[in-house]
Every structure is written in structure tokens, then in C-alpha cells.
Design a protein around this ligand. Structure first.
Ligand code: 5RP
Length: 230
């Protein structure tokens, strides 16, 4: 059998995780090319009658548009402050299930949704599993446009190489109209400590380190799908 391509692995991970959703749940819908497979499968299960009374909260404007197109009933955190399950992707996952997220720039809304979630399920292809965060992925850091250069210099001062994220030559804008600095720290010895340090800095709206939040990781590789639990 030929090796499966990455997209096929993402599909397997997303669809496997979608089976964890049960009727009556409030569901957080993640963002990115892996989470969308879970969203599509949830929609399929609703259409087939396998799932009833689902209300979903999307983690980005792109996911919201997809959910509306797929006919998934939506709600808000104001109406339903407690989310039963969220299925989202990640850019890196370490052995303690700490994550780097924000490859798509949606990590602020993703973290708000994750913090309101009982069970955060991360879906990845196996290339995202790493022994140490940061070795091959920069941390996306959402900053407000005012004084963003000062945040870039701060990140450099604490050991990162920081690059303003661009989109077709112009600065990338988040769903909130903010900017992203991709901060490459190399392998991170103390992700929780770095997260605290970033949280203390004015102008940084949110960083892409998700510490101790994920409960499950569904990882698809050439040898099949693994469901890891914490
Ligand atoms: C978006 C995210 C994504 O979940 C993360 O970047 C993974 O994306 P993909 O599944 O497309 O590789 O955090 O902000």
C-alpha cells in the first residue's frame, strides 16, 4: 500500500475525533486544515440523524463560515458558557500534551474556547508530535498594532527571532484586526515559564502556547490512528 499523504492523515484524525461527539453536547469547532475534517464529519452525523441537539461554537471567522455552510447550529459563549468538547488542531504537541497553536492565527479565540471546554481533543497527523516544543515551530504571538515593533524587540531581547507575519506582502490581520509576530525561540526548556513571561507583557494579546489544556490527542500516522489520553 502506498504511504498516505498528510491530508489523508489529517482526515483520519479529524473524523476519528468527531465520533467522540454525543447528542445534546455543546461543541467547540477548531480551526485549520485538520479540524475542518472533524467539523465536516459532525455536520454529516447531524444530517444523518446520528447526532441531535448539537450547538457549536466556532473558534474563528473561517470556521464560523464553514459551520454555517454545513448547517451546524451555532451558539455563543454568552448563551452557553460551558463547552462539553472541543476538537481542534495544533502545530506541535509535546509528550505532556502541551501545544503550540496559531499556525492559522486563530489562537486567541481557540484559547478562549479551550478555557471554556471540559474536554479539549487535539487532532494531528503524527508529524506534529515532538519531544520538545519550539524545535521546529515558532510561537505565534498576537499583538495589538499600536507599538508592535516594541513587542518584536522585547521578544528578541528574551531570546527569540521575531518576524511579522505577512499575507500577500501586507501584514496578516487576525479576526480581531491584530498582528502576529512569529517568535522562534528554538527548543523551549520551560514552556509554562515562557507562557507566564509572555502573559506579563502589555501589548501581547495572546501567545500560541497551550499549557496543560488538552485532554486527548488523536494522532494519525502511517501505522493507523492513535488515541492518547491524559
Ligand atoms: C490555527 C491553529 C491550527 O489548529 C493549527 O495551526 C493546525 O493547523 P493545521 O491542522 O492546518 O495543520 O492553531 O490557529
Amino acid at each position: 500500500m502506498p504511504p498516505m499523504n498528510t491530508n489523508a492523515l489529517k482526515k483520519q484524525a479529524g473524523e476519528t475525533a468527531a465520533a467522540l461527539v454525543e447528542s445534546g453536547m455543546v461543541v467547540g469547532l477548531g480551526s485549520g486544515s485538520t479540524a475542518i475534517f472533524a467539523t465536516r464529519r459532525i455536520a454529516q452525523r447531524i444530517r444523518s440523524g446520528a447526532l441531535a441537539d448539537i450547538l457549536a461554537i466556532p473558534t474563528s471567522l473561517a470556521t464560523e463560515a464553514a459551520a454555517i455552510e454545513l448547517g451546524i447550529p451555532l451558539t455563543t459563549l454568552a448563551e452557553r458558557p460551558r463547552i462539553d468538547i472541543t476538537i481542534d488542531g495544533a502545530d506541535e504537541v509535546d509528550p505532556a500534551f502541551n501545544l503550540i497553536k496559531g499556525g492559522g492565527g486563530a489562537h486567541l479565540r481557540e484559547k478562549i474556547v479551550a478555557q471554556a471546554t471540559e474536554r479539549l481533543v487535539i487532532v494531528v497527523d503524527e508529524s506534529k508530535l515532538v519531544t520538545q516544543l519550539g524545535a521546529s515551530w515558532a510561537i505565534p504571538i498576537e499583538v495589538i498594532p499600536f507599538g508592535w515593533g516594541a513587542q518584536a524587540r522585547y521578544l528578541e531581547a528574551i531570546g527569540a527571532t521575531a518576524k511579522l507575519r505577512l499575507d500577500g506582502g501586507a501584514p496578516f490581520q487576525t479576526d480581531q484586526g491584530n498582528l502576529i509576530l512569529d517568535a522562534d525561540f528554538g527548543a523551549i526548556a520551560d514552556p509554562a515559564g515562557l507562557a507566564r513571561q509572555l502573559e506579563a507583557r502589555a501589548g501581547i494579546v495572546e501567545h500560541g502556547l497551550f499549557i496543560g489544556m488538552a485532554r486527548d490527542v488523536v494522532s494519525a500516522g502511517t501505522d493507523g490512528v492513535r488515541h492518547l489520553r491524559r
